[in-house]
Write a protein that binds this ligand. Structure first.
Ligand SMILES: [Zn+2]
Length: 390
């Protein structure tokens, strides 16, 4: 079907891949996402969208592009994606990661699956309708920094910007609808003691011995979490607690003065990050009472990603199951969905490409995801914007 005034789908995917927008917690690799935001805004305006570029810090932005709508400006559908990619190792790729390369029925390039192509499909789907046909608005949302700090989605939440009643996040799921994922929290636990000569234990307070007690308590806590929470939708159907790193002391003949451990906890939907952090603090607080000279410090290593769940009988989940012909499930990776959910949008995650190809060399999008993808997104638009039930 002809589009009004945007390039064809492959040309758009190519142009997006050619504009590197790596986001990384290491500032050496971190790039602006503005080249992609500006291009998407230009295309969206060509289709009659109103494009709002909302800056985040000096070099990043979210794009909120809105088409049509009537009176109920917050009652429509949001097609949401992140505009950044992870870093890559070009030497491990068979072709240039920043050029869309077509071969073997696939389109290769950094962000081809995760998830620049989704924007091209979403705009093509929007182009099938006339602006005056929209009874509820369609919003194309492009966020910043999903792969690092999630600053884009967090900004929307802190500004309380509910952009619609429904949201589809086009992360690569092979168009399998996803309505649940776990959360992530990472904590650093430090035992502070006092170094001294190893020949006399009274000359110091040994942090490693204190950490032994902390570890014992954490193992018990982990076992309780596992016994108490379960969700059969997940392959690993219980909350996990991983001991990721531990560092302490310097020399065998010195009493260890300080020891730090880092853990990662993956809570199931229904578990609250703040409550979990508080429980952890309460449980660890008394552990060092019998160790004179030792103290404990707990700190969050990042803001945390809440778990995500949209009800199985919500309109968006039902629509996603109808349109894909597949039941909605759970995934092991995190997305921006919990933030859109907290803003009051019924959210489902589904999009072209597969997560297995994301974040690695020779990332690709199967070409045969493109046309069916545009068709599915058109049907979402039709259901929630053109012919909404209410
Ligand atoms: Zn992604």
């Amino acid at each position: 079907m002809p589009s009004r005034s945007i390039p064809d789908t492959l040309a758009m995917i190519g142009a997006l891949i050619e504009r590197p927008t790596i986001s990384c917690t290491d500032p050496r690799y971190d790039q602006s996402n503005l080249p992609v935001i500006q291009l998407l805004a230009e295309w969206a305006e060509g289709l009659g969208f109103r494009a709002d570029i909302s800056p985040i810090g000096a070099s990043k932005a979210n794009l909120i592009a809105t088409l049509g709508g009537g009176a109920d400006q917050k009652g429509g559908l949001v097609l949401s994606g992140h505009t950044d990619t992870v870093p890559c190792n070009p030497e491990l790729w068979s072709s240039d990661p920043f050029r869309a390369t077509k071969r073997d029925g696939r389109i290769y390039g950094l962000g081809s699956a995760d998830m620049k192509s989704f924007f091209a499909l979403a705009l093509q789907a929007a182009a099938r309708f006339r602006p005056e046909d929209f009874r509820r608005p369609l919003v194309v949302l492009g966020t910043a920094d999903e792969e690092s700090s999630m600053s884009g989605a967090r900004a929307l939440l802190s500004e309380n910007r509910r952009l619609g009643r429904y949201a589809v996040i086009g992360e690569p799921t092979g168009f399998t609808p996803i309505r649940m994922h776990k959360g992530v929290m990472m904590e650093g636990i430090t035992v502070h003691g006092r170094a001294g000569h190893s020949s006399d234990p009274a000359l110091g307070a040994n942090a490693i011995e204190g950490m032994h007690a902390v570890l014992g308590e954490l193992l018990a806590f982990r076992a309780e979490l596992r016994a108490r929470y379960r969700n059969p939708a997940f392959k690993v159907d219980y909350p996990t607690l991983n001991f990721g790193s531990i560092h302490g002391g310097d020399n065998p003949n010195r009493i260890c003065g300080s020891c730090e451990m880092q853990i990662d906890i993956r809570p199931l939907p229904g578990m609250d990050l703040d409550t979990l952090h508080q429980t952890l603090e309460n449980r660890l607080a008394p552990v060092l009472r019998e160790y004179p000279g030792l103290s404990l410090e707990l700190r969050r290593l990042f803001d945390g990603l809440p778990p995500f769940e949209t009800s199985a009988d919500s309109d968006i989940v039902r629509a996603s199951e109808d349109l894909s012909g597949q039941p909605a499930g759970a995934v092991a990776f995190g997305t921006e969905a919990p933030f859109l959910s907290q803003l009051g949008m019924q959210t489902v995650v589904m999009g072209p490409g597969y997560i297995d190809q994301a974040h690695q060399p020779d990332e690709y999008l199967p070409l045969d995801h493109i046309q069916p993808g545009i068709d599915i997104l058109s049907k979402f638009i039709e259901r929630f914007c053109i012919r909404p039930e209410r």
